[in-house]
Design a protein around this ligand. Sequence first.
Ligand code: HEC
Length: 413
Amino acid sequence: MYDFLAFWDWAAFALRWLHVITAMAWIGSSFYFIALDLGLRKAPDLPPGAHGEEWQVHGGGFYHIRKYLVAPAQMPEHLIWFKWESYTTWLSGAALLMVVYWAGAELYLIDAAKADLAVWQAILISAASLTIGWIVYDFLCKSTLAERPTLLMMLLFVMLVVMGWGYDQIFTGRAMMLHLGAFTATIMTANVFFVIMPNQRIVVADLKAGRTPDPKYGKIAKLRSTHNNYLTLPVIFLMLSNHYPLAFATEYNWIIASLVFLMGVTIRHYFNTRHAGTGNPTWTWLVTALLFIAIIWLSTAPMYRDVETAEAQPLTVYETRMAAAEGFEAAHDVVMGRCSMCHAREPVWDGMLWAPKGVLLETEADIARNAKAIYLQAGVSHAMPPANVTFMEPEDRAAIVKWYRTAQQDAAQ
Ligand code: HEC
């Protein structure tokens, strides 16, 4: 059982490692191609069908790249595809979502004060929202709105705001941000998988058969990849946000998320314009800064439900079980004595303004809810307290380990 928990934590770490690496490869190649596309130039000696060319220098060599707008006259012998960067990012991200937010639903996904969901209900909502969200988005892109890309972008923004608000009504703030990011990333990968790649395959098949490919496929792909371009930066913000309670642990977290999507547009607009060589819109940085200031301001609005309402909250099934387990009192006293000065709604530790990582450890419910995290951070490992500033004795750690393991054994019986 305990070994399984350690294994599980390492699995989460390994998945996160993989996820970050694949995301770097995906976003890196995506940025590269956007910049390449925008930097293309006309040249007198371009072959028929070629739209532009570019010279690049990197790693001790010169590269000469040409872009064919629809397709070259003949199918090239060696063709390199870029798709696994995107697929592996989504697959590893989905696995990570399951490990952290589905398996850890009681801790990270469900907020009983908002909606007292059973674990399976929360997981169902999590999965269904991502799927249905994609279907709606895809429908909008295939409608006549495709002819009016700016209006479509605005609708997409409204949709993201509504989803952020919706998630916040039922899930924890942390899960809300993460799900909004997961939804956005799902759109991006599904655009590659369901739209951009199939269209590219049609073009390749046409070429092989000696037909002239229809330029409409390129246009459809362009619409989707423009969305992906503007969504990239907000996705990264939303994914990182779960390490920063200031971003998610406020009542205005869904407005913060909405402003982040706007920052994604202002920042990308600057680089898109620069790379295209059509201007230097420095005003976008002013707008970005103003949006960021608004976010900082929103984040300091009332952060937590106060202790009274937290006390009045009925315990969930998991919390009740952990609080009833043998050894809870001893572990509770250790946590109150060694942890709560920092992990409080109003920390008393010098210079600490809010609970680190949003982890609260000052009521029985807090401690019961965070059993697993306490066990991992202060029982089996010595991660907490940082540098053992509150002088945890080996007996203190033993009390935590004993409580957690007893509770797990009880549950297993
Ligand atoms: C001196 C203040 C302080 C004390 C005392 C303290 N912590 Fe922390 N705790 C922190 C800080 C700072 C972080 C954030 C660390 C980081 O950002 O990686 C943190 C993070 C955590 C986390 C979240 C870890 C994660 O990565 O998600 C848990 C759980 C935790 N502490 C539990 C405890 C427990 C249990 C105790 C008592 C045994 C304790 N802490 C005592 C300051 C403290």
